[in-house]
Design a protein around this ligand. Structure first.
Ligand code: TMP
Length: 208
């Protein structure tokens, strides 16, 4: 597995706080002024990402296998597109992303079996640092209960499988040379934010 230098990814089940933590980290990076950074997310805001979001909201029905292809297509654009992940990393920026290929191995792996997402995502290089926000699905779903609409994966049985699958795949990334860190995401937003900062600020880009 190739590794993209200066690239960090947040992963975790729904309600684990990846989006919140990316926002907090971005604020800290902005204040730190250095290194220059690019914060981004998947599914993206591009046309393919928008289509995926509609399927997640159940506005359109797309077969799980087709969705696996769409996530991979969205990722390919995100990675290789003009102004994409690789372009920013090549400029020497720190790239931080809310979800990446591991989300497909986990979610689409549960939905379609491992083979399809594995083959679709094997072409994508891995991040240098991967932060897994680990949370009991009961707590995560309770946090999300005030949301007005529920997406297709946001129910307890599925999220229990999501957590198990994340945990079972972490070692694979670690042995491929990715720095993998698990954070207990039931802690306070502030505590998690501090832990995230301590991990991210140890990335080699901070010493250049
Ligand atoms: P979000 O809730 O973090 O915005 O992510 C949207 C949903 O999409 C979340 O339930 C995880 C799911 N997802 C996949 O199933 N496969 C993927 O490859 C990605 C990036 C997200």
């Amino acid at each position: 597995m190739d590794i993209i230098s200066n690239f960090a990814v947040f992963e975790g089940g729904d309600g684990s706080g990846t989006t919140t933590q990316l926002a907090i980290l971005s604020e800290r990076l902005k204040k730190a002024k250095k290194p220059a950074f690019f914060s981004t997310f998947e599914p993206t805001e591009g046309q393919i990402g928008k289509l995926i979001r509609r399927a997640l909201k159940n506005e359109i029905t797309i077969k799980p296998e087709t969705l696996a292809f769409l996530f991979a297509a969205d990722r390919n654009e995100h990675l290789h597109g003009e102004n994409g992940i690789l372009a920013h990393a090549a400029r020497g920026e720190l790239v931080v992303c809310d979800r990446y290929a591991m989300s497909s191995l986990v979610y689409q792996g549960i939905e379609c079996g491992d083979e399809l997402p594995l083959s679709l995502n094997s072409r994508f290089p891995a991040p240098e640092t991967l932060i897994f926000l680990d949370i009991d699905p009961e707590i995560a779903l309770a946090r999300m209960k005030n949301r007005t609409s529920r997406e297709i994966y946001e129910y307890r049985e599925f999220q229990s499988k999501v957590r198990e699958k994340y945990i079972s795949l972490l070692e694979k990334y670690r042995s491929a040379g990715v720095r993998v860190e698990t954070i207990d995401a039931s802690k306070s937003v502030q505590e998690i934010g501090d832990q995230v900062w301590s991990i991210i600020s140890q990335m080699p880009i901070f010493n250049t």
